[in-house]
Design a protein around this ligand. Sequence first.
Ligand code: ADP
Ligand code: MG
Length: 249
Amino acid sequence: MSEPILTLSHLSKSFGALKATDDVSLDLRPGEIHALIGPNGAGKSTLIKEIAGEIRPDSGSITFEGQAIDTLGPAERARLGLARSFQVSSVIPGFNVLQNVMLAVQGASGATFRFFRPALSDRTLTDPALFHIHHAGLGGREAVAASDLAHGERRRLEIAMALAMRPRAFLLDEPMAGMGTEGARDLTAMLADLKAEAPILLVEHDMDAVFALADRISVLVYGRVIATGTVEEIRSNPDVRRSYLGEEA
Ligand code: ADP
Ligand code: MG
């Protein structure tokens, strides 16, 4: 078994009296999709935010590619290759597809681009941007404004931008949310491809997608991991069925 890319050790986080994260230890290994499931309010988003550096845990530690990242902020973690993608805020609606992906390419090089309008003639930006646009299935849509994209195309743009950041691991919090059946199927296929680029920690409600995609699943209930295992192990785990999958044990 290869070394994990990301390791969480005994993370805990309380909001007042509420333990949102309760002694969570888990890891993400090269080449895998590790799904994180659990009921609403179980602490899944909080955990993703702790990994991304948006929320500081009260205790415990996080190691990314062999390095403790506990003291790093979100921007530094992103620069190391922790990709918190599918964030609507990263897409600039008034920019076209090519410009948006060029911004992500520029961002991956560590430059700041707050006031930057990418020069369409700069091939060090356009070449990789076009590569990622094609890779994400948006070839031919380069000149379309992000605000004019269909929902599924918007997801593809976010994937192209995520790839342009040269991620070492993806943190995805409910990427299927708001998608129709077809969109979810589309994205499921894309995630299966994406894991070849970098392993994915996937929070997802869509159980069809989770069971189709996950190499391992961890189940979070009241901030605690109650089980980690393969799809078959999780499906047949009586505790999981009782507390989450909605079946009488
Ligand atoms: P999930 O993503 O699994 O639905 P969350 O991580 O969003 O769960 O929330 C876990 C629990 O922590 C919930 O009870 C939620 O109300 C609470 N919570 C989340 N963020 C905050 C916050 N910033 N302040 C106080 N309580 C919070
Ligand atoms: Mg959530």
